[in-house]
Design a protein around this ligand. Sequence first.
Ligand code: ZN
Length: 470
Amino acid sequence: MNSSDSALVTAASAGSELLSFASKLYPICRSITGNGVRKTLALIGDQIDLKQHEVPSGATVFDWEVPLEWNIDDAYVLDAHGCKIIDFTAHNLHILNYSEPARLSVSLEDLRPKLHSLPDHVDWIPYRTSYYRRQWGFCLRHRDLTALQPGQYQVRIDSTLAAGSLSYGECVLPGRVKDEVLFFTHVCHPSLANDNTSGMAIATALAAWIGGQSRRYSYRFVFAPGTIGSLCWLKRNEHRLARVRHGLVLGLLGDPAPLTYKFSRRGDCEIDQVVPYVIRSINPASGTIAFEPYGYDERQLCSPGFNLPVGRLTRSVNGGYAQYHSSADDLNLISADQMQTSLEACKRIVEVLESNRRYLNMAPKGEPRLGKRGLYGSVGGRSPADRERAMLWMLNQSDGTASLLDIAERSAISYADTRTAADELAAAGLLKTLEGPKPERAAALSRRRPASRVRPLRAQGRKDKRKGEK
Ligand code: ZN
């Protein structure tokens, strides 16, 4: 077996491991609180070092309150003949998530307003929730709804709404510096595969992989219920948010759509440069979308009181595929290949974040003589001309303002070749590594262009985003 064959086999088995973990998570009835989340965190905790946190019901979290804990054992509706016409044990989407307990006899007329279906997709069960309005309800295939006959129905919901707690999990991987990269994924959806067993499986595998790497940054993975879970995490971690240098919300990473990056609210963070670069290098059809206060936990992480440098990586976007929030978002929608490519993208993003640095040219007056330092000639399969070109770009741009990725993008030389050139020049004493965050991009841009030709950064961002949406 040659090395490229073995790489393919490794990639394929990693993809099937992701899919098999997603399949394990899929049947669990999750919600924003309860044992489904705990069971999910336990499975994730079998693979990575995960600390489980509990926030008690009634705890005030900014403008919100942690609700009563919801658990459910069984729920069904019997028709006049005693036949189960809706059965929670057959599919957990059949219950309106967070339904209060119920045991009653109702006419079809009274039952009808409690039933939810999708008239445009008669064979799919919708996913519906009612976290903050106490009620009960069922979801069913529209085909089954329209077949219901007039008569009495027996409704039984064995659920509990009681003082308990909200659970979230956290995996912290310390690095050489305390600055952190934050990965966030939601763990509150029941049997929906893309949204979000795919995100949970990929975040778990990514944490396991980073755990085995030598790393500059510290990494923090948060597995939390959407909205109220991220608010709880923010409330408990407010004192350390200044350490978050980069962040990414992960979700919806298993479906066939190309990867999509959603910009942070700030729009000009390093993560906003790194992720579009990486996903387009993997597949030019990958896209970007502008920030909007709608979606997953970027809504909380990028609220104005936090405004964290956090973007979002998905394939399809929330609401952007027909099967979204329905029983058709099942294990057939996600594939090992798609999951594997998504994980690979996350790994490359981490590699660029880890290695993206600024350098200072130590011989900036004229071009230094490369030949006398042994920096001419063919190395590592690159032609002497390509090697020299990458070095000249590195030397020319390394005035302390441009990062490796800035230089790779400006020169159209690959990031890997730019990085190799930087390593070789640093080893020869021609470049010095600079630590710490780079000056604001806007400042760097204005230094690179004559003042009269500087376009406002915000306008450039808009143009880039439109390009990506096609
Ligand atoms: Zn969702």
